[in-house]
Design a binder for this molecule. Structure first.
Ligand code: OMP
Length: 213
């Protein structure tokens, strides 16, 4: 049984072509039969609905946090709209912060913008594959003296990380809570329910066999 936000997210992603099928080379070098591009949520409605999915999933997880952090670049609009939605729909008012890719040496200066990075931090990002990008963001949060407690991503591709464990399992073993709107297993189950393209489904299952954890 898929969570309501999982269905809403997958339908929205397909509608906006944020989820595409074909042949894609990933950051890890793996060749994938599907790709998720969060940049395709590029109008007010889709950003709003996406943020609603994140906020509902985050609230359902019952995690407690002080600051929502969005890593540059794609995490920034996600974290901003999620913080907004947490307030509007759930009355939760966390701090909101994000980083710059390059440190600024004038004006207010520094590598991070927004709320001070202190206390318990929820990292909001688009997707996790091998886990490299999330690991970098967690290091940044820790080096600022804050404590990452949870990671919320739209898509957990459920791939192996640097060892035999999944990237997400490695994070869990570090004590982090992981929230996703959909996982690869959810995506496959959802496609099985609605998709007549068995070739595409077969490629997804084969990819999962090869790189899944
Ligand atoms: P890892 O660092 O391997 O976890 O990959 C995560 C990053 O890969 C994301 O932040 C994206 O830049 C990119 N990516 C996607 O955006 N969508 C995908 O479906 C897959 C990837 C990827 O390259 O693995």
């Amino acid at each position: 049984m898929l969570a309501p936000w999982t269905r809403q997210f997958l339908e929205l992603a397909l509608e906006h072509r944020a989820l595409r099928f074909g042949q894609f080379t990933l950051k890890s070098g793996r060749i994938s039969p599907y790709f998720f591009n969060a940049g395709a949520f590029c109008d007010g409605r889709s950003l709003h609905l996406l943020a609603q999915c994140y906020a509902d999933a985050i609230v359902a997880s019952e995690i407690e946090f002080d600051v929502v952090f969005g890593p540059a670049y794609k995490g920034i609009p996600l974290a901003a709209t999620v913080a907004d939605q947490l307030y509007r729909s759930h009355g939760i008012n966390p701090g909101f912060a994000y980083n710059r890719k390059e440190a600024k040496d004038h004006g207010e200066g520094g590598l991070t913008v927004g709320a001070p990075l202190r206390g318990r931090v929820l990292l909001v990002d688009d997707v996790i594959s091998a886990g490299t990008a999330i690991a970098e963001s967690l290091a940044l949060i820790r080096s600022a003296g804050a404590q990452p407690v949870a990671v919320a991503v739209a898509l957990d591709r459920q791939e192996r990380g640097i060892d035999a464990r999944s990237a997400v399992q490695t994070l869990r073993d570090d004590g982090l809570k992981i929230i996703h709107l959909a996982s690869l297993n959810d995506l496959v189950a959802w496609l099985e329910d609605r998709d007549s393209d068995t070739g595409r489904l077969g490629q997804m299952i084969e990819y999962r066999r090869q790189f899944g954890a």
